[in-house]
Design a protein. Structure first.
Length: 324
């Protein structure tokens, strides 16, 4: 089978389409023929190797990760004899590691679910990573409630586009921060108000929010806390020393909280249950999938080049298998 192999850290000439043996499944596993995956911001960071905290996970001197990719869609082509939840031909979407492969063996209790019936493989591949990050931040960490005033920074990105829609689903009033170019997009996802970060600093206007979710980690708690209500929660998925310190301090000494979740490290059973919830919301047309561009497998370098710039709209898909 084909895989996209990461040879070393860097921005050029470090991805290679290689051949590997197709995995042999165990009795409690399914084999999925991958049709589509994505290049996420996390893949871009892991490939470049520029960020200190990321290197703590991926390897200080050289990358321990040989295959990138955190989400995929595909078709079940083999079923282990003890598997009861999936059958041959099921169309599935998955949150996992090493997704840039032609076939993947997955335990039936991994973060895998039947795809929403109203999505293509291209769209379904672009759901798990963003949605399964936005959901635990808003629902579990911030305990979002009906009527909350929520500001989403980076609202046009992958996590941001799901965060806007999930916040609306939970009954919040949503202010979306993006460049002006993306205001129509974020309004189409349900945003009530928009701010252009290029001309307005949301920490400087007089508004205050129950939740500030900086999905792209461009702000800081110290600046944003003035814009939080008394029991406000500041969410940031991009870890750094200052955020760690603010989390510790606010957990003891403040009604306002700075919060981070390593969403990839949640239990598979929780992720599988959340994929089911997201599938239902998509089938009820409460969540849309935003696709920026789709690339062929052999153009994976171009896909990374686009994502590396930090301005993708929603998600960037790569076709792995059949024609989509
Ligand atoms: N904690 C966790 O477990 C976890 C899990 C997954 C991801 N993450 C992290 O979450 C971050 C975001 O991921 P993502 O996939 O959502 O990113 P993304 O899709 O690449 O974000 C792109 C968006 O960011 C917007 N943007 C760029 N600069 C901005 C600024 N200064 N202010 C406001 N918006 C700006 C862009 O909008 P414009 O084009 O309008 O500028 C673009 O639409 C990444 O750093 C990733 O590592 C953390």
């Amino acid at each position: 089978m084909k895989i996209i192999e990461l040879l070393h850290y860097g921005s050029k000439n470090n991805l290679k389409i290689s051949e590997r043996k197709t995995p042999v499944i165990k009795n409690d596993e399914i084999l999925v023929k991958v049709h589509a995956s994505t290049v996420t911001r996390v893949d871009s960071i892991f490939r470049l190797g520029h960020e200190f905290f990321a290197r703590m996970y991926t390897g200080i001197f050289k990358s321990k990760i040989k295959i990138l990719g955190t989400e995929l869609s595909g078709e079940v082509v083999q079923v282990g004899k003890n598997v009861s939840n999936f059958k041959l031909g099921d169309k599935v979407f998955v949150a996992c590691e090493a997704a840039h492969v032609e076939f993947i063996a997955l335990n039936e209790h991994a973060a895998v679910q039947i795809m929403p019936h109203n999505l293509s493989y291209t769209e379904a591949a672009a759901v798990p990573a963003g949605a399964l990050t936005a959901l635990p931040f808003l629902r579990d960490a911030a305990k979002i409630a009906n009527g909350d005033k929520v500001l989403i920074n980076g609202a046009s990105g992958s996590i941001g586009s799901y965060a806007v829609q999930l916040a609306k689903h939970y009954g919040a009033e949503v202010t979306a921060v993006s460049s002006k170019e993306n205001h129509d997009l974020v309004k189409s996802l349900g945003a009530d108000f928009v701010i252009d970060y290029k001309t307005d600093d949301f920490t400087q206007n007089k508004n205050s929010y129950d939740i500030i979710f900086d999905t792209v980690g461009k702000s800081s708690y110290s600046k944003a806390q003035k814009s939080l209500k008394k029991n406000g929660r500041y969410l940031n998925p991009v870890i750094n020393f200052a955020l760690l310190f603010q989390m510790l301090v606010t957990s003891f000494f403040s009604k306002k909280k700075a919060l981070f979740v390593a969403t990839g490290m949640r239990k598979d059973s929780d992720k599988q249950a959340d994929l089911k919830l997201i599938k239902e919301l998509i089938e009820e047309n409460k969540i849309k999938v935003v696709i920026d561009k789709t690339f062929e497998l052999h153009d994976v370098e171009l896909a990374y080049k686009h994502v590396d710039q930090g301005h993708k709209k929603g998600n960037v898909v790569i076709k792995i298998g059949y024609n989509l």
